[in-house]
Design a protein around this ligand. Structure first.
Ligand SMILES: *[C@@H]1O[C@H](CO)[C@@H](O)[C@H](O)[C@H]1NC(C)=O
Ligand SMILES: *[C@@H]1O[C@H](CO)[C@@H](O)[C@H](O)[C@H]1NC(C)=O
Ligand SMILES: *[C@@H]1O[C@H](CO)[C@@H](O)[C@H](O)[C@H]1NC(C)=O
Length: 776
């Protein structure tokens, strides 16, 4: 049983909680879970980097993972198990050629696997940058072995030359749709379909202008279509706006789409898309002048609903250097498709000699409608394929692929905004909560190697938790979800990680389980655990919309822990909070405790310095957390503190001191030495006329606290806290020291104290604290 479990007592304070009118612009995760190897199944192979391409083969129970010069076949249920691998390295000749063209032999002149798709015959199609000379091949998995067929197909237009360039691709009915650069210089961006007759975009800045490709997806729009419409492929990207009347370059987000049946035109637009249409996508974040830039998208479709009800979730980041905001916006596919099917076009109008202005086109639009797929109306007019389209229609679309209207998100505002930790990738999963409603849970990878889990509850942004997946923090470069295993798979330069949709066990008491508002989790009264809704046969306590913890039963009172301290000694009473949103307060013998220089409130506890007899008593640590349903207060810990007179039973009170008897003398010697050297330094500095104290104190403090740590006795030492927490149930340690994860090791007590809001006040007393402890 976890030591904190019996400490979870709660009661509801009947305080009125006035709802804030405006939700704040950005949102803070309720729980921060620092890195721990048990947070996720991890895969990493020594000396191999850039694990940024993934293919789920649920039919084979495999996760195919593309890295630099290698592809791995991992067990889909536990990716730390490698089942097979195959190397795909560049030859010395290729490397030399790449170097001769001015590329870096150690980074750019390698083979980065960029494309991994399943083909209809159940093989796989693989492409790599291949030392700035992209190449594709077929790969199969048979008898537990991965084999490349060494077909050496040209990868131009399918796979980027430059491993640092973003690209997008999907495989539809054995045709590869790819968005990347076609040439070595990266100056010829294309959206291309590699089929017996390859079709691509025009090289015109009105089609693609310095684009940054983000993602691609298909929509089965022909399914039960009354108009006899075609399926579509959507492409998301950002590019320099051609339509902007501005002096500076302005980047905008775009969605473009093409029809699957497009074969190009007969004379005009030969072997080019006749159906390439694009529109601007907005994600309006308050306070922002410049448009936000799209980073990734996820298509969320309910299998029971028609395609029109599918949503695209997209993440955006600010384009201004001064802002570190990221946002999520969601779009209805029907809204996007309506703009393309019925919206106005933009048209270039020359003003002055060399300047073009893009305005709404208000003249006659040819029939069939430019950019439309071949539908029943067109077929009736004898146009069975795009090759039959009249020149008027083709010339129109060749000059005007941009729609006038921008696509607005649902609700015309973001679902989530967060400051710091830039969003990189997103997955959305729909789950039915205990209230019978379906909620869309957003899983968002960040630049710092963390995974956010967030929900928008009727307009309220809520981040359930942020989990550190990779250490050192590496950006998450790919994110996939398998609905067969119910697991998320994330890739970074350093390795890959697999995590479940929910780890309910992070909540140790009912109140925390309910206030976490995780739609996957609920409190089981019988076993007294926070468990997965999907695994439970019983009714669970859950309140995702309100966070109503008053549904929880009263728990047993907290058992106080006995602590003893010397007069003049120091003591830290630990009180970790599971939530970043909870406020901690202390009571001594039932009355509120006011912090002072001697009684310091830390984030994870209370520090009693230079104890006196008046410090004897019962200390209760309370945390209070607001939810929509009210303010919930719980006693997290209780201590019975005794200030022991005399020194006779010193060893009985402080057992670690007993074990380290001889070293106490040693320590005293060290202290004496330090004091002597300090005095010497002081004298020297005094002689030199410096102001010596702060530096000397800090140094001395550090050395001594390390010694304390070796003895394993000083609770206030951050390292000690961390390692102690790690020995417990690992995921809980997040709650204990969520904020300390960004410290490098070896930090000492005063830094923890300095972090507190009243940090300025905390200087000398805490140094003194260290000194005192070491003297024991
Ligand atoms: C590959 O990984 C290495 C090591 O983490 C990193 O420095 C490099 O930028 C990565 N290269 C690409 C193309 O992402
Ligand atoms: C289009 O298809 C119909 C029926 O399949 C055929 O009768 C017609 O001639 C075709 N039109 C053209 C222009 O090929
Ligand atoms: C998810 O799983 C269901 C069956 O469990 C399947 O019908 C559906 O196609 C799957 N969806 C995806 C996107 O794989």
């Amino acid at each position: 049983m976890h030591p904190l479990l019996p400490l979870c007592v709660f009661w509801l304070l009947p305080l009125a909680w006035t709802l804030e009118e405006d939700t704040p612009l950005d949102c803070v995760p309720r729980r921060s879970v620092p890195y721990h190897r048990d947070n996720a199944h991890l895969f990493h192979e020594e000396g191999v980097f850039n694990y940024s391409t993934m293919l789920l083969r649920e039919d084979l129970d495999l996760l195919l993972l593309g890295a630099r010069e290698a592809v791995y076949a991992l067990d889909l249920k536990d990716i730390s198990k490698k089942l097979a691998s195959v190397k795909w390295e560049v030859t010395q000749r290729q490397k030399d050629e790449c170097r001769n063209k001015g590329k870096n032999p150690e980074t750019e002149c390698k083979n980065y696997i960029r494309i991994l798709h399943q083909t209809e015959d159940n093989r796989m199609y693989v492409c790599g940058t291949n030392a700035f000379d992209p190449e594709c091949d077929y790969m199969s998995y048979t008898n537990g072995k991965l084999t490349l067929e060494k077909k050496a197909e040209d990868g131009k237009g399918k796979c980027p030359f430059d491993p640092f360039q973003r690209y997008a691709s999907i495989m539809v009915e054995n045709n590869l749709y790819s968005a990347t650069s076609m040439n070595f210089l990266g100056s010829e961006p294309v959206l291309m379909r590699s089929s017996p007759v390859s079709i691509r975009t025009e090289f015109k800045s009105s089609w693609l202008h310095e684009p940054n490709f983000v993602s691609m997806t298909q929509m089965p729009e022909s399914y039960m279509s009354e108009e006899g419409d075609d399926d579509k492929v959507y492409l998301f990207f950002s590019e320099t706006a051609v339509e902007c009347d501005c002096f500076n370059k302005l980047v905008v987000s775009r969605v473009a789409r093409v029809c699957k049946g497009d074969l190009g035109g007969q004379r005009t637009l030969q072997k080019k898309w006749t159906s390439f249409l694009k529109a601007r996508m907005d994600c309006p974040v308050l306070e922002s002048q410049l448009p936000y830039i799209i980073q990734d998208t996820y298509r969320l479709c309910d299998p029971q609903q028609p395609w029109k009800d599918c949503l695209f979730y997209a993440i955006f980041r600010s384009q201004s250097d001064t802002s570190d905001l990221s946002a999520v916006c969601a779009y209805r596919v029907s809204d996007i498709s309506k703009v393309f099917a019925e919206g106005k076009y933009k048209t270039p109008v020359p003003v002055e000699t060399s300047f073009v202005k893009w305005v709404m086109y208000s003249g006659d639009v040819p029939v069939p409608r430019p950019g439309a797929c071949i539908d029943n109306a067109a077929r009736k007019a004898g146009i069975n394929q795009t090759l039959d389209l009249p020149d008027r229609t083709l010339q129109f679309i060749k000059d005007r692929p941009l729609m006038d209207q921008a696509i607005q998100p649902i609700g015309e505002k973001p679902l989530l905004v967060r400051r710091g930790a830039t969003f990189t990738r997103i997955i959305v999963n729909q789950v039915q909560a205990a209230d019978g409603e379906k909620y869309s849970v957003m899983f968002i990878g960040t630049e710092e190697g963390t995974m956010l889990k967030a929900v928008n509850y009727n307009g309220e942004m809520f981040i359930i938790e942020e989990v550190q997946l990779f250490q050192p923090p590496e950006p998450i470069k790919i994110l996939k979800f398998s609905n067969v295993t119910g697991q998320l798979y994330a890739g970074s330069d350093y390795g890959a990680a697999q995590i479940p949709l929910a780890t309910c066990g992070r909540s140790l008491c009912c109140m925390d389980c309910v206030l976490a508002r995780d739609p996957y989790c609920g409190w089981d009264i019988v076993v007294q655990e926070c468990v997965l809704l999907s695994n439970s046969l019983r009714g669970l306590i859950q309140s995702v919309k309100e966070g109503n913890a008053s549904l929880c039963p009263g728990a047993d009172p907290v058992k106080p822990m006995n602590q003893s301290i010397w007069p003049g000694g120091n003591l830290k009473l630990r009180c970790p909070s599971p939530s970043n949103m909870a406020k901690t307060s202390w009571e001594q013998d039932g009355s509120p405790l006011t912090p002072s220089t001697r009684l310091q409130l830390l984030r994870d506890g209370l520090l009693i310095l230079n104890a006196t007899d008046s410090d004897t008593g019962r200390y209760s640590c309370l945390t209070a957390e607001h939810s929509k349903a009210g303010l919930f207060t719980t006693t997290v810990a209780e201590y019975q503190v005794r200030v022991a007179p005399g020194s006779g039973d010193r060893n009985a009170i402080l057992p670690w001191a007993q074990m380290d008897g001889p070293s106490v003398a040693g320590l005293q010697a060290v202290v004496v030495l330090l004091v002597v050297s300090l005095l010497a330094l002081l004298a020297w500095n005094f002689y030199k006329g410096h102001i010596p104290l702060p530096w000397n104190c800090a140094k001395k403090n550090k050395e001594q606290s390390q010694e304390n740590h070796e003895q394993g006795g000083l609770d206030a030492n951050q390292d000690a806290v961390r390692s102690a927490a790690a020995e417990d149930k690992p995921l809980v340690s997040g709650a204990n020291n969520g904020h300390s994860s960004n410290h490098t090791g070896g930090e000492v007590a005063f830094s923890a104290a300095e972090e507190e809001s009243d940090g300025q006040k905390v200087t000398l007393p805490s140094f003194q604290f260290i000194d005192d402890e070491s003297e024991i």
